[in-house]
Design a protein around this ligand. Structure first.
Ligand code: ZN
Length: 429
């Protein structure tokens, strides 16, 4: 766990000055006396044409728990009430959603935002016919090492603001462009200033200095580098792929991280078939990410585990690669998350709505499934139950669309539909 997590989750006593009628109404509604912090003012968002709660016990009883003509009450940083707008309790403040759709803020469970430099030329060349290989990462490694802390910080801040404008309220991000003890640990410190979901990815590729001796690099990653990085991260990740790390190296790296209290997640089966997905399941990783090239055994392993298959269609889009088959995973019973993989090489998009549209158009997902995967699915990939849903007790992270339905995220691709964002109960857009 990262510093700040426990204090952020601690909850003061309920506000003794709260209006009694509001309290009574709330106790008659759904459940839970909300845990709330700083601000105790309550806000009603009403006149919501379609509300995605991700609680199948609500509304239409689908996985989205879709409620028509709905309202939500925010108290402090949490959801206090969710339901039919005609039954909404009295509150201090009121927001009219104007017949628009509201859904949980997107949970982007896979991004690489601590980097410097640009790979426009590589993208341009690839779109002219050159295939993507893992080696392009070295370009960003050189630029990231040369950047100042302030430049890295400015980059993260910029892309986070960009993601927030598109409805993302939680994001995970990684190191992986430093590949020295100093540069990896400083990347994690930068990331930890912006999110609790920080991942140590010293094993992104073998550092250029160790090209002739990958075993020595694995020893560094599992030794001195891990010692310096573990205090700043929650997760450990490895790029298990030809040209990066094989199954045995990946197992050594992830188990070393586990021994230091980090939880595993894996870049698995992106560019080719391989052992990554089965290793993820074997180690109870929270997520196997990419999952583009899967055998039937890989699909079965995911379906019979609690490891989430995180699909990153921005990567396939940006490399003109074969799409992952979401339909096959869903039909087998696997849990699927959708994320951006935002990085300067293979997927330079921070837009979850764009990924939803791709998943619906090209990966066999229904609009409902894609929206679930980008919210509740992302939360599952981070093993979180306090985000990705709009039910009492969850964080008040909401996205308001300038559209009457969440389906418009796929129906109107490329259109900036996000018109309001609340994060931890504060309206930030
Ligand atoms: Zn990635």
């Amino acid at each position: 766990m990262t510093p700040g997590r426990s204090s952020e989750r601690s909850a003061p006593d309920p506000d003794p000055t709260a209006d009694q009628a509001t309290k009574d109404a709330m106790s008659n509604a759904t459940t839970v006396s909300p845990a709330h912090s700083a601000s105790t003012a309550s806000t009603l968002i009403t006149n919501i044409a379609a509300l995605v709660t991700n609680d199948p016990s609500l509304g239409d009883s689908s996985p989205l728990g879709l409620i028509q003509d709905a309202a939500v009450v925010i108290e402090g940083d949490r959801i206090a009430w969710t339901g039919d707008q005609s039954k909404a309790p009295a509150t201090d403040n009121r927001v009219d959603a104007g017949g628009r759709a509201v859904l949980p803020g997107f949970v982007d469970s896979h991004s690489h935002l601590v980097f410097a430099g640009d790979r426009t030329q590589e993208f341009n060349a690839r779109m002219s016919g050159r295939p993507y290989s893992a080696g392009g990462i070295r370009t960003t490694v050189a630029a990231t090492r040369a950047a100042t802390d302030e430049e890295l910080e400015a980059n993260v801040t910029r892309y986070l603001a960009e993601a927030l404008r598109q409805g993302t309220t939680t994001f995970e991000t990684k190191s992986g462009y430093g590949l020295t003890t100093h540069d990896e640990s400083r990347a994690l410190r930068v990331a930890a200033r912006h999110t609790d979901e920080v991942t140590f990815l010293g094993a992104h590729i073998v550092a250029p200095e160790f090209a002739e001796d990958p075993a020595a690099y694995v020893a560094l990653v599992t030794g001195e580098m891990l010692d310096a990085c573990a205090p700043h991260a929650r997760w450990i990740d490895v790029f298990c792929e030809k040209g990066a790390f094989d199954g045995d190296q990946a197992r050594a790296i992830l188990t070393a991280g586990q021994a230091r209290g980090l939880h595993p997640r894996i870049h698995a089966n992106q560019l080719s078939y391989g052992p990554g997905v089965r290793l993820a399941v074997e180690l109870d990783a929270a997520s196997a990410d990419h999952c583009t090239h899967l055998t039937d055994e890989d699909v079965d392993a995911l379906a019979n585990s609690r490891t989430v298959a995180t699909l990153l269609p921005g990567a396939e889009f940006s490399t003109r690669a074969e799409w992952p088959d979401a339909r096959r995973l869903l039909d087998a019973g696997a849990t699927v998350a959708l994320s951006t993989d935002c990085n300067p090489g293979s997927s330079f998009t921070s837009s979850v709505p764009f990924c939803i549209a791709l998943a619906v158009r090209d990966m066999g997902m229904t609009p409902d499934e894609a929206v679930w995967s980008a919210t509740a699915g992302g939360a599952a990939a981070l093993r979180r139950t306090d985000i990705g849903r709009l039910t009492p007790g969850a964080y008040a992270d909401l996205t308001l669309l300038d559209a009457p339905s969440h389906v418009h995220l796929a129906y109107r691709p490329g259109v900036p539909l996000v018109t309001g964002v609340w994060r931890r109960g504060e309206r930030v857009l």
